[in-house]
Design a protein around this ligand. Sequence first.
Ligand code: IMP
Length: 441
Amino acid sequence: MPSLVVIGAQWGDEGKGKVVDYLTSNADCVVRFQGGNNAGHTLVIDGVTTKLHLVPSGILRENTKCYIGAGVVIDAGVLLQELAGLRKSGVNVSPSRLVIDANAHLILSYHSAIDKAREEAKGVNKIGTTGRGIGPAYEDRASRSGVRLAELFALEDLKPKVLDNVNERNEYLSAVLKSSVRVDFKEVWSSIERAAEALCPHVGNVSLLVHEALKRGERVVFEGAQGALLDQSFGTFPYVTSSHTISGAALTGTGVGPGAIDYVVGVAKAYCTRVGSGPFPTELLDTLGDAIREKGGEYGTTTGRPRRCGWFDCVAMRRAIRLNGANSLVITKLDVLSGIEKIRVCIGYSLDGKKIEDIPALAGEYAKVVPVYIELDGWKENLSGITKWHQLPANARLYLSTLSEILACPISVVSVGAERASTLFSSGAEFLKSFVSGERP
Ligand code: IMP
């Protein structure tokens, strides 16, 4: 100990990669525990941009070990490409630095084929998935037909199972989804052989490694992907991802107990974005929404899709704080709001004329929710170059303190740019400050 969970508190893309990179300056290890290459974490260090989908964001800190836990689903081709890119930039990605749990499952080409064919079959009712096969891979884990990394050590035993899977999935693609796509067993099998050759040296027991690191008193960061509102159970179902994205998943996706978590930090943008379908009460469908998208570079790291943009939503955020047990929030991209004359904040919802306290369980009802806003004066100043909280314009500080008061949750850190230096601590951020400095919080 100490340990820290960094979690998305909205619909993903909150800037967790940057936050994890920042908070790991003195961390001993970083663990990814759910999701797969549907995630995209962008890091900008000394002007150089690195995009990661599977490798934990701590990889750019040379003394930090990186672990991929059993809760992650891995597309080996994407992981190998990512490792090759990092190696080319001089980053050490040897097995001594990157370990993947033997119980993590592989995403195979039939998973993405089914994901895409299903979305096509759904037409206008599609979820808007990333098409990376995430849902089908987690389905196979639940139905016990998935392929774990451990099985790469016994390829001859694995072969008949993969052949059965391919035949069954091809049948499903043609008979049920009416898709013309067929998966070729030979191709699937050669991707498995390539994965075995390159990844077996990285396969280990992440649960045990993290347990031992915590016992030695090392600093551990658990890095979440996506966001609380995309959680499989508590998100805005069915427009969610197929894993648990809340802090509890750090335990089940790594294989450690509840005592392993000291602190949970929720990461949220100073406004809201969402990719894919599903209700979004504070969405801005006007030129201001477009302006925020352009200024904030709100295009998916993984798919390039334009993100839907809207005002900060305190009802959704209260839910995220509760689901995660968040001790504090990190607010990112505050700089994007500079120049907006009046900034709105959603402080409540009404449904059929009645005030409601939380997100309704039915998407049809959520789509009918009307947001209740307050309006705050904006600020004109460009925030780039600001490195201290007190240098923020008064209205920007008022915006943050208003959010914190409405949410009854401290804001510990604010980010005003992509670079590490554009990260500002509030006066109450003792735990995180000492975590970063390497002192004992
Ligand atoms: P899937 O995870 O690809 O199945 O997609 C399910 C939903 O989650 C879709 O609305 C995606 O746009 C969304 N989603 C998945 N991963 C991310 C992410 O990393 N950021 C934002 N949205 C995501």
